[in-house]
Design a protein around this ligand. Structure first.
Ligand code: FES
Length: 124
């Protein structure tokens, strides 16, 4: 069996929503100290709906695929739903990740959490 699913390879080769949102309502940056990978998430939110999301990932292929899939899963969704996104949901949507790459999906979950926290803080 191939190490990586078709979906992981697709999102790694053609990542969705890569980039920066200059006037983002929430920005979150997280890193994994062990592998040194960094992920930054930008959210545009209107009436508690995530209208746009972009990411920059300096990391491994699984981290890129995870952030790409995570952005697809929360785009157009209410903030309350995005808050519940788990790394397991990202892994399932990618048709799985090897066990030693699960932490890459955790990074995506944490980046979204951090961006949502930033949004709440800015909202006051
Ligand atoms: Fe660190 Fe993938 S190896 S995020």
């Amino acid at each position: 069996m191939a190490l990586y699913s078709e979906k992981v390879m697709d999102h790694f080769r053609n990542p969705r929503n890569v980039g920066v949102i200059e006037d983002a309502d929430g920005v979150g940056e997280v890193g994994n100290a062990k592998c040194g990978d960094i992920m930054k998430m930008y959210l545009k939110i209107e009436d508690e709906i995530i209208t746009d999301v972009k990411f920059e990932t300096f990391g491994c292929g699984s981290a890129i695929a995870s952030s790409s899939m995570a952005t697809e899963l929360i785009k157009g969704k209410p903030v309350s739903e995005a808050r519940q996104l788990t790394n397991q949901a990202v892994v399932e949507a990618l048709d799985g990740l090897p066990a030693h790459k699960l932490h890459c999906s955790v990074l995506a979950q944490e980046a979204i959490e951090a961006a949502l926290e930033d949004y709440e803080k800015k909202k006051g």
